[in-house]
Structures are given as structure tokens and as C-alpha cells.
Design a protein around this ligand. Sequence first.
Ligand code: F2R
Ligand code: MG
Ligand code: MG
Ligand code: MG
Length: 353
Amino acid sequence: SGKQLLSRFHGCLVGAVLGDCLGSPFEGSDCVTYDEVERISLNMGKSTRSSRHRFTDDTAMTRSLAASLIEHNGFNAKDMATRFTDEFFRDSARGYGYNVTTVFQAWKDETYDDVFQPAREQFQGSGSYGNGGAMRIAPVPLFGYNFTEAKLQELAEQTTLLTHTHPDALSGAILQSFAIHQALHETSEVLDTQKFLDGLIEKMNKVEDNSEGVSRRPKRPSEEEPHPYCFKLEKIKEFLTKDEADTRDVVYELGTDVSALGSVPTAVFAFLWCHKERKGLEKWSPFEQTIIHSISLGGDTDTIASMAGAIAGAYYGIEAIPWEWQSQCEGVADAKKYAEDILKIVQSNVTAE
Ligand code: F2R
Ligand code: MG
Ligand code: MG
Ligand code: MG
């Protein structure tokens, strides 16, 4: 029904904002205890609420991406680039990636003929493999709610290529789009997590068969794999067969860094892992567990919690997100408005067909 869909659209974009806001105090730290997350991010044990949590670059770019899709009823490269740039120069203290700002500067200087050119030149032509494409992608699977797999992939690629051209960055943004899309369409109350992963593996196999074989720096075994995302999705399947997972193993196998390959699968893992009640998190709901557990893994906490929050919000809906958390985070009301505007377009495009 329409109402249920609105709840999922709200949940997705609000979940993304919350993960970013609540995760950002820990960005770059090692593993974090659940107690610390509660004390610092959730302001537990305080009688009065302290200052609200600010959102970071993840949400700033998600908002620009959403606004551009809404304004143009689809992808407009120049407009999206302009919105990213205007927002960056309006408020650059949001913790942006160190290299993506070069792209914003080039767009501002207009020293290019083609809006996609500055991103291609990053890192001596190999392109950024950062998670910046994936971290802002949530509006794409909402806008593409009725899209085919191929059309959804295309829109994810277009929006990512503006800043990130490395195959790992593109595949990461595509995986995050597929994960949100599957979560939005998932109707069973008890999720079959292995089936959810099989769906992603089937789609990512096609993506990785066709992606350019750019050499990756050898670091973890998975990065030498021809299908590194499928390799990690298989690892997630293994983790999910166990009752407990050592955080160090999760971090080693999946990663918690600013690369797309070292963070998008981790977000998918956090969502699926937290569908069941987990040790130490018994008092929290599955959505709440997802955010807290994502942050506890450390590393790129704002981004991993934001991506996991978007998937979880798309599945559980806005009712699952505590008002107390919503009221502590900057940008929640705007996220709801973007979700409503995108849903209106989705519904009017159906009627128009
Ligand atoms: N930048 C951060 N966090 C660090 C500082 C935040 C701090 N709290 C503060 O307030 O200052 N977080 C944000 O960045 C990530 C998204 O990054 P994005 O948009 O992908 O940027 P970029 O610059 O393209 O890539 C990030 C870094 O990855 C490395 N890298 C990427 N491609 C590479 C390549 N081909 N070769 C070598 N290195 C590559 C570089 O170190 C890039 O700087 C999110 O976490 C967001 O929250
Ligand atoms: Mg950030
Ligand atoms: Mg290949
Ligand atoms: Mg981050």
C-alpha cells in the first residue's frame, strides 16, 4: 500500500541521516564498545539532551543528489555537479574525502569541457575507489523503485562517475543500490538472510563479469579476486551461519575503511547480522542494533552506519526508528521531505505509463 511504501521511503533516507550523524563522532577510531556508542552517540545517562548531532559529507551529498533527481525527474550531470559544488563551497567543514575536493575545485574553475573529466583524472587516471559514490546513493534506489536491474545500475553508475571512476567505487555504489532496492521490495517479516545475499550475489556476478579489470593494490586476499564483491558477499553468508562473530574477524574479512570495497559489504553485513537479536544488544530493536553494531566496528563509522541505516530503514520503515534518535540529528525533517518528493515522482511516473 501507498502508506507502507512512504514509511519505507522515509525510513531509508532517515536511516541514512541517523547513521551518519550518530556514527561521525567515532570516524577513524578502532572498534568501539556498545557502551561507548550509547554514551557518546545516544547521549545515554544524561538528563538533558546535549547539542544535536551534525550530519557530514555523506548526508550533504545525498541531499544534493536527491534534490537534483527531483528537480530534473532523473539524472542531469551538470546540475548534480553544480549542487555538489555549491554545497561544498557553502559549507566545506563536513569532513569530505581528501581527494574529492579537487573535483569540486575543478568544477568551480570550469577548466573542463566535460563534467566527468575531473573524476577521470584522479589518482593518475585510475579514479577514486573511495566509498563516496555509495555513501550518497540512497535516493537512487528510491527513485528507481520500479526500475529494472539494468536501469537501476545505470543510474547508480551515472551519479557515481561524477566523482569516482574506479570499478570498485562503481560496483560498491551499485551493490548499495541493489541492497536498498531489495530491502524496499522485501515483504517477509522474517528475512531469509541467505536468500537476500543470493539475490545480491546473482546481480553482482553480472556487474563484476562486465567491469573493467583495473589492477587493485594487493592488500587483502579478496582484493585479488576477479569478483571481489561476490567474494565478500560469500564471506557474509559464512558469518551468518554462526551465532557469534568476532569483531576483529569481521573487520579483517570485510573491512571498515574509506574504500568502497572495504565498507559497502560491511554495511550489508551489519543490516543482515542485526536482523536477529545479538548478544549485548538485547534491549535494542533490529534497526537500533544495526546502527549501534555498525558503529562498534570502528573505522569509517559514519559512512558504514549510514549505508546500513539506509538499508535497514528501507526494510523496517520509519516506525522502527525511535523518535528520540530522530530528534537528536540534524537534517531528519529534510530527509523526510526528499523521500516524499521522490515517492510522488515514482507514483506519477507509474500513472503516466
Ligand atoms: N574524509 C572522511 N573522513 C576523514 C576525515 C574526517 C574528519 N572527521 C574531518 O572532519 O575532517 N570521510 C568522508 O570521506 C569518505 C568518502 O570519501 P570519498 O568521497 O570517496 O573521497 P575520495 O577523496 O575520493 O576518497 C577517499 C580516500 O580514499 C583514498 N583513495 C581513493 N581512491 C584511491 C586510489 N585510486 N589510490 C589511492 N588512494 C585512493 C584516498 O586516501 C582518498 O582521499 C567517507 O568516509 C566520508 O565520510
Ligand atoms: Mg562523512
Ligand atoms: Mg571481469
Ligand atoms: Mg565516513
